[in-house]
Design a protein around this ligand. Structure first.
Ligand code: SF4
Length: 220
């Protein structure tokens, strides 16, 4: 595994590559971000961003969403995967915001996780992006990149990936690291075609070196 120092070296190169890394879900307030993140489970941010402007125009507050019939919510999010379940979840979530939190999005992980459709990853995104509270949300990109670079153990669970990153990265860099790892995984170290041949991290990436070796052997 990469040491704390090597991990920061790797991350610094990624920060340089993607200085503009940021959350890509469109939102104007914590309520909209929370709903957008719930909708983004097993769906792309692009598909969520296409649907949410009309959704939030129709239901601009938790109060409006909580009071809406499911059949009015479904058509607004029909282009997003698992929309039936998600319609139920966002309505139930809005109801809980009204019943338990006076229509406000709570600012602790425990309270966020207690809401329908909200898991640890969603809670961490909301903490970091809506409230600036340090948190690292581990999605498929964060997990893949940190394992390829051996920042984390290959058999680490999602929670272990998060805990390893929290140990190795200073707290004030957690949110930036989360966004940078996602950009790096989405646009450079992709699942199918990582760009190892032009990667500034190749010298510290065993996975990348193995891939390059395989490519050379295939050419011969
Ligand atoms: Fe990803 Fe390849 Fe770079 Fe390693 S060398 S971090 S596998 S792109």
């Amino acid at each position: 595994m990469l040491s704390k120092q090597k991990t920061m070296e790797a991350l610094t190169k990624m920060y340089d590559m993607f200085p503009e890394a940021h959350g890509e879900l469109k939102h104007r307030n914590p309520y909209e971000l929370l709903i957008a993140v719930i909708l983004s489970a097993q769906a792309t941010d692009v598909s969520v961003n296409k649907a949410t402007p009309a959704l939030f125009e129709a239901f601009p507050t938790p109060e409006k969403l909580a009071a809406a019939p499911i059949d009015d919510i479904i058509p607004k999010i029909k282009t997003i995967g698992l929309y039936r379940n998600k319609a139920k979840n966002i309505k139930a979530c809005a109801q809980q915001l009204m019943d338990r939190f006076s229509g406000q999005v709570p600012q602790t992980r425990e309270e966020l996780i207690s809401l329908p459709g909200v898991g640890r990853k969603t809670a961490n995104v909301v903490l970091g992006d809506a409230f600036g509270i340090p948190a690292i949300a581990v999605d498929t990109h964060v997990e893949r990149v940190t394992k390829r670079l051996r920042i984390c153990k290959l058999n680490a669970s999602v929670l272990e990936v998060e805990e390893t990153l929290m140990r190795k990265v200073p707290k004030e860099l957690w949110v930036k690291t989360h966004h940078t790892l996602i950009f790096f995984g989405r646009y450079h170290c992709t699942a199918r075609s990582p760009r190892c041949e032009v990667c500034p991290l190749l010298d510290m990436c065993q996975d990348g070196k193995n891939r390059m070796k395989e490519k050379t052997l295939n050419v011969k």
